[in-house]
Structure formats: structure tokens, C-alpha cells
Design a protein around this ligand. Structure first.
Ligand code: NI
Ligand code: MN
Length: 226
């Protein structure tokens, strides 16, 4: 699997021959807008955890550019349909088999409205089981007992979690979350993009290490095998 970070909670994973893009938000991110050209982003599928602008800011543009199938909450698919995007797959909390593997839309404890105020349905995360390994992205959430269900569905080598605090889990919450989902490695997202969520990188990594875990804080634009 190849992981590419586009800043905030926007990342891509290449798996089973498909390019999956998550939570497209680049041009509104002061840290990413000069580093990433959204017209260069390729995707076969776009997975959207919830409706907030810092997860959907470039969704319509990239969905139109790439013609990717958008996988997200039913209510967000309705919003996309109203903007002329019909290549979308609506979900609620449940699982469906796609050509690259099984996608389970999992609960997140957060909120979800689109930037224009439209109702975004329930916020969630994605547990994806593929022949090349399993992926779990919690989406924006606080620490919640629901995370304890994840190991019943899949064994994880890594998980992707927000760690910036204020709107989501912070570093110490994410350490507890990693223990709940039984992932030794966490790729941190949703940090530094704006003032409320700035973190101390060295301390965050040291705190994970002290708990016997590894925290990866990707650079914007970086790609690596995971
Ligand atoms: Ni949010
Ligand atoms: Mn967010």
C-alpha cells in the first residue's frame, strides 16, 4: 500500500490497484495550498467521512476532475447529486463490497453539516478490508467506546487518526484509541492546519513511543509505503 499525504485529513492510499482519496481539502488549507495542485490529484474513489468544510472543501472539484466514485453518507450523496455529481455510492453505518475490498462505514462521535448548511447525516470513519491488508481511518471523532468493536472486524497494522485536539481526539486520546483498535502504528492527521490544533511533534511522538506505539506525522506531499 502506498500512502500520500495532502495535508490536514486529506490523504490517498493506493491499494489493490485502485487509488482511494480521503476527505479532499487542500485549497482552503494554508499549509497545503501552495504545495499541492488539486488538478494533479488522481483518484478512482473518494471517501468522505463527514460534511465539514475541512473534509469536503475540494470534493466537488476533484470529483468532477477525476470522475471518481464518491463513497460517503447518504445525505452527502444527495448534496453531491444536487451539484451535478451522480457517480457516488451512498452508505450509512454498514458494510459493502467494492472491487478493491469491503468498506465498512463506522460511527464517529462528532457532527456533520455541509459548508452551505445542508444536513450531512451521521459522521463516520472507514474500515477497509483488502487482500493487501486492512485500513482504518477513524474520521473526526473523540475517544469513544465504539472503537473497541474494530478488532472484532479486522486485524490492523496501522490506523489513521486525528490527533490535534479541540475538535477531535488529541494525542493522549489517540494513544488510548490505538490500544482499543489494536494498532501499533498510527498515522496522525488533523493537526497544525489552524491555530486550535497545533501540536508539539516531538512530544507527540515521544508520548506514543512511551506507550509502546509508533506515531507517524507525514509531511505534506510525502508518499511512502505502509
Ligand atoms: Ni469535522
Ligand atoms: Mn475536521
Amino acid at each position: 500500500m502506498k500512502f500520500t499525504f495532502y495535508g490536514h485529513s486529506c490523504f490517498a492510499i493506493e491499494v489493490a490497484g485502485k487509488k482511494l482519496l480521503f476527505d479532499p481539502f487542500v485549497t482552503g488549507n494554508p499549509l497545503a495550498k501552495d504545495k499541492i495542485d488539486i488538478n494533479s490529484i488522481e483518484a478512482d474513489y473518494i471517501l468522505v467521512s463527514h460534511g465539514h468544510g475541512d473534509h469536503t472543501g475540494d470534493l466537488v472539484a476533484i470529483a468532477k476532475n477525476t470522475k471518481a466514485t464518491v463513497i460517503t453518507a447518504y445525505e452527502i450523496v444527495n448534496w453531491l447529486n444536487a451539484q451535478g455529481i451522480d457517480h457516488a455510492h451512498p452508505m450509512n453505518f454498514g458494510a459493502f463490497n467494492f472491487e478493491f475490498g469491503e468498506v465498512r462505514f463506522t460511527p464517529a462521535t462528532h457532527s456533520s453539516a455541509l459548508p452551505d448548511g445542508s444536513y450531512g447525516g451521521n459522521p463516520g470513519g472507514f474500515l477497509i478490508k483488502t487482500s493487501e491488508g486492512n485500513i482504518y481511518y477513524t474520521g473526526d471523532t473523540c475517544l469513544t467506546m465504539d472503537l473497541q468493536l474494530i478488532p472484532r472486524y479486522a486485524k490492523l497494522d496501522f490506523a489513521i487518526m486525528p490527533i490535534g485536539g479541540n475538535f477531535t481526539m488529541n494525542v493522549s486520546d489517540a494513544i488510548m484509541a490505538a490500544e482499543m483498535v489494536q494498532a501499533k502504528k498510527v498515522i496522525g492527521v488533523h493537526f497544525d492546519s489552524f491555530g486550535y490544533i497545533k501540536i508539539d511533534h516531538d512530544k507527540a511522538k515521544a508520548d506514543f513511543k512511551a506507550a509502546g506505539l509508533e506515531l507517524v506525522l507525514p509531511e505534506i506531499g510525502a508518499s511512502f509505503e505502509i
